[in-house]
Design a protein around this ligand. Structure first.
Ligand code: FRU
Length: 376
């Protein structure tokens, strides 16, 4: 599997559709796999929801909940052409029927993909990428069928690879609404595939960044958090992100059994002020494996999983998971780190959520996940 798709809450269930090859453990025959959860932690995998067919593969996209229906908006992919299509489900996402008059949005391009649709006032907004032009294009629709082009954003900040999997949503800080635009790119991240974000304003037609876009702002400083997008229709008003915990540059290193690859832990997104800017924060939505307080400004190292090291380097002013480092400075006091460790992953967060480092790791079977050592 790869990207999370169609993240939506609908009638008591969180739906996680995902890029999935039903025929093997390598990328191919792209279809939408499906899993559901009531609490975002315990997931039940269901049969493939939207399968590749003679019209093409089913690439990434989103889903909306409308009354009893889930409508999926995905990219139809062939060797020569990508366009946006819809399919509807009347049985809570268990099966989908493709719209008879697909595609609903076709710019006659070889590459044009990853539609994220969300409700805005009384209509729908779609953002999708023109990958090689490093642009996010915005469209508007009243019925999900007829789409009107509004504007383009980009190129901006990191453009060292194709732009993919955009998302646009509002968050609030100090009573002020701010819009966040997520753009994944591959390669051109810190370690191959990566996700950058822009803080700005969206007036219903145009996204305007608030800060200089000379330098990218990274969502994650690890290697393995790509194509992350957020849930539509979240019932508690939270903005929750799930990313693919891998990287196109290293994906072949992932062991294969009857399955391969995983998602990040769900993260609640927020905003904070840091180094004179508004930044996106991430809080893991699960009980933590470890929570560590370290008096500043000392360095500290924690050995995990036998060989992964997590900590803070006071000389470099970075938190780290092995060689993956994120710049982080606070004025004295305690440094608070949150760590989520699973069989094949380490996700490190600063307590305020300002920094995250996500790394897929493959310790030998049976390696302890215990805190092996701690030194300051
Ligand atoms: C991102 C991506 C998307 C595309 C999908 C295909 O990882 O390349 O742009 O829709 O994967 O599987």
């Amino acid at each position: 599997m790869n990207d999370p798709n169609g993240l939506v809450w609908h009638k008591g269930e969180y739906h996680l559709f995902f890029q999935h090859n039903p025929c093997g453990v390598q990328w191919g025959h792209m279809s939408w796999g499906h899993a559901v959860s009531k609490d975002l932690l315990n997931w039940k995998e269901l049969p493939v929801a939207i399968a590749e067919d003679d019209d093409g593969a089913i690439f990434s996209g989103s889903a909306v909940s409308i009354g009893d229906e889930i409508v999926a908006i995905y990219t139809r992919h062939t060797e020569t052409h990508q366009s946006q299509c819809i399919a509807r489900s009347l049985d809570n996402g268990r099966s989908f029927v493709k719209f008879d008059h697909n595609p609903v949005l076709d710019e006659n391009k070889k590459d044009f993909r990853d539609p994220k649709v969300f409700q805005y006032e009384d209509h729908w907004i779609m953002c999708a990428v023109q990958p090689w032009d490093h642009q996010v294009s915005f469209y508007k629709s009243l019925d999900l069928i007829t789409w009107q082009h509004l504007s383009n954003f980009g190129p901006a900040a990191a453009i060292g690879g194709v732009w993919e999997c955009p998302d646009l949503f509002p968050l609030t800080i100090d009573g002020q609404q701010v819009w966040v635009l997520l753009v994944s790119l591959n390669p051109g991240g810190l370690y191959g595939s990566g996700t950058q974000y822009f803080i700005g304003d969206f007036d219903g037609a145009t996204f305007t960044p608030k800060y200089s876009t000379d330098e990218p702002r990274w969502l994650d400083y690890g290697r393995d958090n790509y194509a992350g997008v957020t849930f539509n229709n979240e019932p508690n008003g939270k903005r929750i992100l799930i990313g693919w915990m891998a990287n196109w540059e290293h994906v072949k290193e992932h062991p294969e059994t009857s399955w391969t690859n995983a998602m990040t832990i769900p993260r609640e997104l927020g905003l904070a002020k840091y180094a004179d800017e508004i930044v996106v924060t991430q809080q893991p939505m699960c009980s933590l494996t470890y929570e560590i307080e370290m008096p500043m400004p000392n360095s500290g190292v924690i050995g995990l999983q036998g060989f992964v090291k997590v900590g803070y380097n006071a000389d470099k002013k970075v938190i780290f998971v092995d060689q993956f480092e994120a710049p982080y400075e606070i004025d004295g006091g305690e440094l608070h780190l949150k760590v989520v460790v699973d069989q094949s992953s380490v996700e490190l967060f600063t307590g305020d959520g300002i920094r995250a480092i996500t790394v897929a790791t493959f310790p030998p079977v049976g390696t302890s996940r215990d805190l092996a050592s701690f030194s300051q």
